[in-house]
Design a protein. Structure first.
Length: 262
């Protein structure tokens, strides 16, 4: 049985007056939806980043056109490169007059059995998904520490908790993101910064529908508690809650989006 998709939820000003930086936000996935939601929740300005220059420029224009917000900026950057990370955050700080909320959405996954996997494939997934999140968090924490304020939201995955064939590299990276979130949150609490993570299960978007075999997608959806994958905006909603003052006493937490059927 599939529980129907709810109506799109209107914004309630959760991020009113806040500035936001989101990685891997060009396209049709969670990152772009989080950017759209942040604007709908009243953020005063936003910087989105991606490694694809053309797609990033198109996403900036789309956000401006669909939301009416003019304070939307794009900055090309690769979270696997430390110089890019620092340039991205420094640019966002300058454009926005300080970053109040960082959403680490960048991640990379492939499908491969462990015995067939070569080091370069393993290392690339770890470097983007885990090390990239660490690089962004580390540099942002240094800046937020000086202000004594700020929020970081990481995109983890339920695969950080549960097993799935041919996902050992991705699951290991996301489990690392969870551990990073918990440990960094304790350090950041000393200077008033909160760090939490969302752990989506299956989030369905256009790129996934194009790349995943229909039979596999149907099988995965059938395992979900609601009998369907999450809409990307449903995941983005949880990010908005974690980024907002409604979660002011939460830090070091990993919020799951869904549970699987037995």
């Amino acid at each position: 049985m599939s529980i129907k998709i709810p109506e799109y939820v209107a914004g309630h000003g959760l991020l009113k007056g806040k500035s936001v930086l989101i990685t891997a936000a060009a396209g049709a996935g969670i990152g772009f939806s989080a950017a759209q939601r942040a604007i709908e929740e009243g953020c005063r300005g936003i910087v989105i980043s991606d490694i694809h220059e053309g797609r990033l420029a198109a996403s900036v224009e789309k956000l401006k056109a669909e939301t009416g917000c003019e304070q939307v900026f794009g900055k090309v950057g690769n979270v696997a490169v430390e110089d890019d990370v620092q340039a991205l955050i420094n640019t966002a700080e300058e454009l926005l007059g300080g970053v109040d909320v960082l959403i680490n959405n960048a991640g990379l996954g492939t499908t491969k059995s462990l015995i067939e996997m070569e080091d370069p494939e393993w290392n690339k997934v770890i470097d983007v998904t885990l090390n990239g999140t660490m690089r962004m968090t580390r540099y942002m924490m240094k800046i937020m520490k000086e202000r004594g304020d700020g929020v970081i939201v990481n995109n983890a995955s339920v695969l950080g908790w549960r097993a799935q064939k041919e996902q050992s590299h991705y699951a290991a990276a996301k489990a690392g993101v969870m551990a990073l979130t918990r440990c960094a949150a304790l350090e950041a609490a000393d200077f008033g910064v909160r760090i939490n993570a969302v752990a989506p299960s299956l989030a369905v978007h256009a790129m996934l529908k194009k790349s995943a075999p229909a039979e596999l997608l149907a099988e995965l959806e059938a395992k979900e508690a609601y009998g369907r994958g999450a809409e990307v905006w449903e995941v983005a909603n949880i990010m908005m809650f974690l980024a907002s003052d409604y979660s002011s006493y939460m830090t070091g937490e990993i919020v799951s989006c869904s549970s699987q059927r037995a």
